[in-house]
Design a protein around this ligand. Structure first.
Ligand code: CMC
Length: 381
């Protein structure tokens, strides 16, 4: 047993996994050996889910059956919708509302009291993955004073979410763009939220607990919350007519971090950021609205000139995702919940994989408290 302390578990190997590999030195991400670039451009989110959960890319027939099974699970109980209404009325934040509603979903799953095999974990996971978009879209609609829209089983996972959010079937470009964003966020090694779900799964608790915990971990600004922070910066720059580069200079002078830059694993630009940047460029070209592209490009160029990117503090996935979501008309505080909607697939895959050869995750802390303290009863203190 080693007593070496690794703060933040940096670089510590805690498990073997076939699911995804992040090469932070060259900026490469693969899911089960497939390059993220190929998957983002060529595979739907449902195909990626199948790959993560079942180990190989599906045939057309397997994909049809899988997508139909997933779509069949989209509806949620009326009581969940009522809770979502209550949360929206109380002004709850979307990630917190999603956390509460996801936890509640287990009440309507007869299998939810702990999975005893991988198949049961994946069946529960399928229900959770299918229902999260329904919950999220309902929350957003209710918040806007609109009625929730029932899911349409004939639409894709991405298309149905946009449909439930707006009440209108999305055009092909919006559906494809959103589907790509879901694929890009589906898995990413043992990031903080995935590790959280795995720790919970390692106690053999049910998958609802793991996904609920994952949502909590993802909500923080150092993890999933950064995409919202980036967009808030861009809006702030826009509203104040400030030069985006000046905003960055001020932030650095005040010792603040630039959201959307830096990563624990990547030492170069995140490959997902490259793909989303290209998508943003396409969207800007077709709409003629280049504002967010201009701002993000100016910030990235400035920080590159300042040597930050060379030092490994390069754009991560969150730097471009917000601008892409904005072009789809998605409200800023829904960005992190959308990350959760996609990453749920990865959390479930990791929990199922880890439980196949489970070992309770239980590290130690180096004790730095007093060695001996004399107890004094309360009335003598
Ligand atoms: N802006 C300015 N400086 C930064 C930034 C940034 N965004 N990120 C890291 N640094 C500096 C940091 O100040 C430190 O400098 P020094 O050594 O002089 O004190 C150095 O880089 C190393 O930072 P660290 O905190 O030790 O690195 P970390 O591995 O713990 O941090 C991170 C990773 C993602 C928490 C951090 O880069 C960060 O806070 N970024 C901004 C938030 C963000 O974009 N998060 C999304 C991450 S990607 C999506 C996801 O996977 O969730």
């Amino acid at each position: 047993m080693t007593d070496e302390l690794k703060r933040g578990l940096e670089g510590v190997l805690v498990a073997e996994s076939d699911l995804s590999y992040v090469d932070g030195e060259v900026g490469k991400l693969v899911y089960r050996g497939y390059d993220i670039e190929d998957l983002a451009r060529g595979a739907s989110y449902e195909e990626v889910l199948y790959l993560l959960w079942h180990g190989s890319l599906p045939t057309a027939a397997e994909l049809d059956a899988f997508a139909a099974d997933l779509a069949a699970e989209r509806e949620v109980d009326d009581d969940v919708i009522e809770t979502v209404r209550a949360l929206a009325d109380a002004g709850e934040r979307p990630m917190a509302a999603l956390r509460t509603a996801t936890s509640m979903l287990s009440a309507y799953d007869d299998e939810a009291d702990g999975a005893d095999d991988g198949e049961a974990t994946l069946r529960q996971g399928r229900r959770i993955t299918a229902k999260i978009p329904t919950v999220l879209a309902a929350f957003e609609r209710v918040r806007q004073g609109e009625e929730p829209v029932a899911p349409d089983p004939d639409l894709s996972h991405a298309g149905n979410f946009l449909y439930m959010l707006t009440g209108t079937e999305p055009d092909a470009v919006s559906e494809e763009t959103f589907d790509m964003a879901l694929t890009l966020h589906a898995d990413h090694g043992l990031n903080a939220s995935t590790f959280t779900a795995m720790v919970i799964g390692s106690t053999m608790a049910d998958v609802y607990s793991g996904v609920t915990g994952g949502i909590g971990a993802l909500s923080g600004p150092l993890h999933g919350g950064a995409n919202q922070d980036v967009m808030e910066v861009l809006h702030e720059v826009d509203a104040s007519s400030k030069d985006p580069v000046q905003w960055v200079k001020d932030a650095r002078d005040e010792g603040r971090r630039i959201p959307g830059f830096g990563h624990r694993v990547y030492k170069v630009k995140d490959p997902r950021a490259n793909i989303l940047e290209e998508k943003l460029r396409d969207l800007a070209d077709s709409s003629g609205d280049t504002k967010w592209l201009d701002y993000t490009t100016a910030i990235e160029e400035y920080l590159t000139d300042q040597g930050l990117v060379e030092k490994g503090i390069a754009p991560n996935v969150d730097f471009y995702s917000g601008s892409v979501y904005d072009s789809l008309g998605i409200p800023v505080d829904m960005y992190t919940p959308i990350f959760a909607m996609s990453r749920a697939g990865g959390w479930i895959a990791h929990v199922a994989e880890y439980q196949e050869d489970n070992r309770l995750i239980r590290p130690r802390a180096r004790y730095t408290g007093p060695e001996e303290a004399e107890f004094v009863p309360i009335d003598e203190r």
